[in-house]
Design a protein around this ligand. Structure first.
Ligand code: GTR
Length: 326
């Protein structure tokens, strides 16, 4: 969706919510690509509830789910200008804007989800949250994005060789394009909302994502082979527009920050439950899930991605600190 169209949609959506939010002095408009009920959507709603309680009904949050305000790249732009106040997105589409987000978008940089939590809950996470500010965003909290694995409509992928020449959709970031090239596939960066029809019409052979996204997007209906190679664990981030942030008092800013932090454990519980439920639904649908996969060659192929993207001392240091986190 282009920016003007997104703007028009967001204005209309604002009008639709005016009545519901009438009691609130400040209504923060929040964007999410996922459908209602998805863990990230529910976590931001929870944050809104906390905010409303803690400010005596002064600050409220309206979550516009299902990409009602546009695809992630466009909404990130609109958030910078304060057209959207809050945005829950993957780190991926932020890579070309906030370079520190690259280090947590590298294939196999985390040893697993627990390791990712320890890193993002610690000083590395704090530094990455702060890195958003000079670019017009206030980093508030990190959410889960599970492990991303490949799926496609053509054949079971059991080794790197099976990926050779395949057209695979990736998020709009150079890291993921280079990751696919390193694996011998053709990367097609596309907005999330275009993936289903692109697989259906054969524009691409497949994509990659976690269980809840593979399920909730319906991609499993058109791409029936899922290979658990778990090449990426990309955390998600909740940011606020710095333009909006600057209109709040210091006290309200602190309340917003705390409410966002307090939504994280809620999100993690919802995420765990949803991962299980999504996996069950997908397996029951007859999708072929390939679990016997040697990850070592996939990991080895990523050296060139690190060489190309981890060049500055700042990024090298962050990667070293991630690796040194137990
Ligand atoms: C999901 C993620 C979204 C979006 C999507 C994608 O896992 O939660 O924010 O980035 O992947 O692949 O575009």
């Amino acid at each position: 969706m282009n920016v003007l169209k997104s703007l028009a949609v967001s204005l209309l959506a604002t009008a639709a919510f005016t009545t519901a939010a009438a009691a609130c002095e400040v209504t923060l408009k929040s964007s999410d690509t996922h459908p209602d009920g998805y863990p990230t959507v529910e976590a931001v709603k929870h944050m809104g509830k906390l905010l409303e309680e803690r400010t005596g009904g002064k600050i409220c949050v309206e979550v516009y789910h299902s990409a009602q305000l546009g695809e992630e790249k466009d909404t990130i732009e609109q958030t910078k200008f304060g057209v959207i106040d809050l945005n829950r997105v993957s780190m991926g589409p932020f890579n070309n804007l906030v370079e520190e987000t690259k280090v947590v978008s590298l294939p196999y940089v985390f040893k697993g989800v627990d390791h990712m939590h320890r890193v993002m809950d610690g000083p590395v996470g704090d530094d990455i949250l702060k890195a958003f500010e000079p670019h017009g965003y206030v980093g508030l909290a990190f959410f889960d994005g599970g492990s991303r694995s490949f799926y496609n409509s053509v054949k079971p992928i059991k080794s790197i060789e099976d990926l050779d020449g395949m057209k695979v959709r990736v998020m709009q970031s150079d890291i993921f394009v280079d990751m696919m090239s390193a694996l011998g596939a053709n990367a097609t960066p596309l907005p999330y909302g275009e993936v289903y029809s692109s697989i259906q019409t054969g524009v691409i052979d497949g994509a990659e994502n976690n269980w809840p996204s593979y399920e909730s997007s319906g991609h499993f209906e058109v791409a029936g082979y899922y290979t658990l190679d778990e090449h990426l664990i990309v955390p998600e981030v909740l940011v606020m527009s710095k333009a909006t942030w600057d209109t709040l008092s210091a006290e309200d800013q602190a309340t917003v920050r705390q409410a966002a932090r307090d939504s994280v454990p809620v999100m993690r519980d919802l995420w765990q439950a949803r991962e299980k439920a999504s996996e069950e639904k997908v397996r029951a649908s007859g999708v072929e899930v390939i679990t016997e996969i040697d990850k070592a060659p996939f990991m080895a192929a990523m050296d060139s991605v690190y060489e190309k993207h981890v060049t500055s001392d700042k990024l090298k240091d962050l990667v070293a600190r991630i690796r040194a986190t137990d």
